[in-house]
Design a protein around this ligand. Sequence first.
Ligand code: ZN
Length: 436
Amino acid sequence: MNGANLGLSRTFLRRKAGKVAIRAVPGLILASVLAIMSAFSPLSALADDLGGTHARPVVVGAKLEQSASGTRLILISSQPLTATPFGLEKPDRLVLDLPEVNFQLAPHTGESGTGLIKSFRFGLFGFGRSRIVIDLAGPAHVASVVNAPLLKDLGATVTIELEKLDRDAFHELAGASRTSANSSAAATAATSSAHPTPPTKDPRPLVVIDPGHGGFDPGAMGASGEVEKTITLEFATTLATELERRGHVRVALTRSSDTFVSLPDRVRFARDQNAALFVSIHADTLTNAAGVQGATVYTLADHASDAEAARVAEKENRVDQQAGVDSGESDEEVVSILDDLMRRETKILSAAFAQRLVQGLETHVRLNKNPLRSAAFLVLRAPDVPSALVELGYLSSDVDRASFASPQWREEAARAIAGAIEARLPDRPSAAAQAN
Ligand SMILES: [Zn+2]
């Protein structure tokens, strides 16, 4: 199916919506469909997308309804959708794994709910996959997912019926889901690292750059529509280019496109490749603090250096939960004396690297008034890879936002960070040996 043989104008769609729907769709669904179409009506977006090379389903409408037995989420899609549901506890969520979907939904869709659905989120989850995460008001399960043709061949309504469950039954459902959720997370890891560094005889140490957020998870938002996930990817790409130009290290990115990668998968990516350094890139926001600005470098600590650092870590750690990844249990918590020694060494190397980053940045880039901090960031938890997280600045600051948008600023900051990376590496001779 493509735009050419669909060949329908917006006017035509509107006209057909009126005529065909009234004849073909029974009362209740008809009411929903018409309400959704009049509320969102960009069905032309559907034709636009289909005009491209992708045959991705386009979802242009979403609506919640109370039903006799629970709550239903109705999607208007260009094609029928297959949805694989599973449950997660603490907090209670239902996750629907979908093929890659182009969500063309109005801003704020899903922010408020009704009945069993408190709110819901949607977006790209990995390479070729999308996801809807439903925050539940109480334990529930997906009783059915029904695709019904909409306006002849123009698309489908996808009705996802949620029914109440008791706590024990939901607990069991979430337990059964855990295994499949973890294996699907592993599948994401495998596909999202679409550009793994192939085994190499290149003796240069590997630096992993981690652009924060992506896909499903936009990160922070700026006042003029800037999105953290885009800023981090742009900056990480500039930094990778700079490092490659200098030629002293190999570089790998945890993501090179607008894709969701879970926090444990980012850590695993660095560990699996014996990375010599891991640098995570972010750009946070603060509410009611437009005056706060400048870059901050963070390292891992059980106890945060200050309240602000604790808040930033808490916020950055929450992304997996929001995307429906169960990161409650880590498979890397094997405590041994050796492990402890390794962690201690890594901690010292991380601290030295962070200090060097601040020194390198301060002559080129505006720093936060307290630029070196630490907190319990999940993404910095590799026991054997020295790691630091750079908050480039604040999306809530006008000055910082202007910096992020400037290619000159990005290049200057990237040069400063590249210098700090290279300055730290001779202290870790084992890195070069490991890469062999
Ligand atoms: Zn972030």
